[in-house]
Design a protein around this ligand. Structure first.
Ligand code: ZN
Length: 477
């Protein structure tokens, strides 16, 4: 090695020292404990017991229904029973939408019933139903381009078909057809809106519900999803080239306001109680099923992971906060209320993400953190690798669905992608029930969360959370 002038050498040492002090690392003892947590979690039945309890004792949990209150009482009691130090709730107010009854039929040329389900924020049809001619579009873009004269007074039907994928990316368009398509159809003067269910099952005569983008009830029209086989049937009838008339008979709508709550449990940090590692899921579900994969699983995974850390002989350095969010399904109401309330403390949310993509194995991790925290993320990746989780350093973290709002305000975030190959077969349907959860896959999720959450709680240094720090990542909404 060439000899360097002393001053240069000193400057180099200073620089190296500066970088070393800024870099975030996870102590070897914490890595070891994280590995033990990971291995323990694989044989721990807590998450399965939690999701079984929630889906059995509360069942469906439509936001604002009687079960909303029962779910919150359940969450408060469950956090306490699992040994959380601090359990509380924060109110969330949202429009109260109710589903009372729904049916549909082809009136002409071949009269017969259709299986459909009303969408969130859909108003009711007039008494006796809404009967109108159907105008079909093969895509959202085709609807966007349509002349309003071709749509006015008709029932718009958008026929977009989702396909199974590991990362479930067709839901990007599937949900856009449901939320945005309904709004576009209404703006063009349509009388009603139908879509092929945003779901990947092809042979189940069960429709997938979900929210629309209607925010102003004065501009909303009755909107519903057809089951995939019923959409196929409507396609066949339309293919005769004759005018097709459909009746939608929906009794549903907004009946006022409701105040629910985000329910929160904490394992209090020993050294830095005000610094938080944030995880969670959403407590509400759609009403046809029992909300097992969406999102009883997320509640169970994160409660169980934090509980395992709480079972350690010593409290972690930082606080672990599990948030059971209110009303995610009808537009991230709990998430947005939470981010609004806590925006000023975003720098104290050290790292976070929520679980809301079912109960399949986690196969990919990504992160939105400051450059000096990348090594710590690689340390986390090293502990997760034996679980089959690959770290993709080229992707942003995102923070899940509900914590995306805190991420948008500057919280450093992970992205933990579950295997969603079958998720959209059952999502938002009567088939979202406990039997769809594989206990071993659920336990793998708990292992991932227990390990990374503990490592984030013990990290020496932070991950870059600060107001506006990750503005480029977008909101994930
Ligand atoms: Zn969900």
């Amino acid at each position: 090695m060439r000899r360097l002038p002393l001053t240069l050498l000193a400057a180099g040492l200073l620089l190296a020292g500066g970088i070393a002090s800024a870099a975030t690392t996870i102590p070897a003892s914490a890595v070891k404990t994280a590995e033990q947590l990971r291995d323990t979690a694989l044989h721990d039945g807590t998450a399965m017991a939690v999701v079984t309890s929630l889906t059995t004792e509360v069942g469906p949990r439509l936001a604002g229904s009687d079960a909303d209150l029962r779910a919150r009482q359940w969450a408060l009691a469950k956090f306490k029973a699992l040994g959380f130090d601090k359990v509380y709730s924060e109110p969330v107010t949202f429009p109260l939408w109710q589903r009372r009854s729904e049916s549909g039929a082809i009136v002409a040329p071949f009269p017969q019933p259709l299986v459909l389900t009303a969408l969130g924020y859909s108003p009711a049809t007039p008494k006796g139903g809404l009967t109108a001619q159907v105008v079909k579009f093969s895509s959202l873009d085709a609807l966007k381009a349509a002349d309003p004269a071709s749509v006015k007074g008709r029932i718009v039907y958008v026929d977009y078909r989702m396909h199974r994928q590991k990362d479930g990316h067709d839901y990007g368009m599937g949900s856009a057809v449901r939320t945005g398509g309904a709004v576009i159809a209404a703006a063009k003067g349509a009388a009603g809106y139908l879509l092929r269910s945003a779901g990947t099952d092809a042979h189940q005569r069960i429709a997938h519900t979900g929210v629309t983008g209607f925010r102003d009830p004065a501009k909303a029209i009755p909107a519903a999803a057809l089951s995939n086989p019923d959409a196929d049937q409507l396609d066949r009838v339309l293919a005769y080239g004759k005018p097709v008339t459909v009746r939608m008979d929906l009794d549903c709508g907004i009946v006022g306001e409701y105040t629910g709550a985000n329910v929160i449990g904490e394992i209090t940090g020993r050294k830095h109680p005000d610094q938080v590692v944030a995880i969670g899921g959403h407590l509400d579900s759609w009403d046809p099923g029992t909300g097992a994969i969406d999102d009883g699983a997320g509640i169970a995974i994160t409660m169980a992971a934090a509980k395992l850390i709480g079972d350690l002989p010593q409290r972690p350095d930082r606080t672990i906060r599990v948030i059971a969010f209110a009303n995610e399904e009808m537009g991230l109401w709990g998430s947005r209320a939470y981010a609004q309330k806590h925006a000023g403390e975003v720098g104290k949310f050290v790292l976070g993400t929520d679980s809301d993509f079912g109960a399949g194995r986690i196969w990919r991790m990504s992160a939105s953190v400051k450059p000096q925290a990348r090594d710590a993320i690689w340390q986390i990746a090293g502990v997760l690798a034996p679980l089959g989780v690959a770290y993709d350093a080229s992707r942003p973290g995102g923070g899940g669905s509900d914590l995306s709002q805190m991420h948008a305000r500057g919280m450093a975030a992970l992205g933990l992608t579950q295997d969603g190959t079958r998720y959209f077969d059952w999502h938002h349907t009567a088939n979202d029930t406990l039997d769809k959860i594989d206990p071993a896959e659920l336990a793998q999720n708990v292992a991932v969360y227990a390990a990374w959450v503990y490592m984030a709680a013990q990290a020496e240094g932070d991950f870059g959370s600060a107001p506006g720090a990750f503005a480029k990542d977008g909101t994930g909404e």
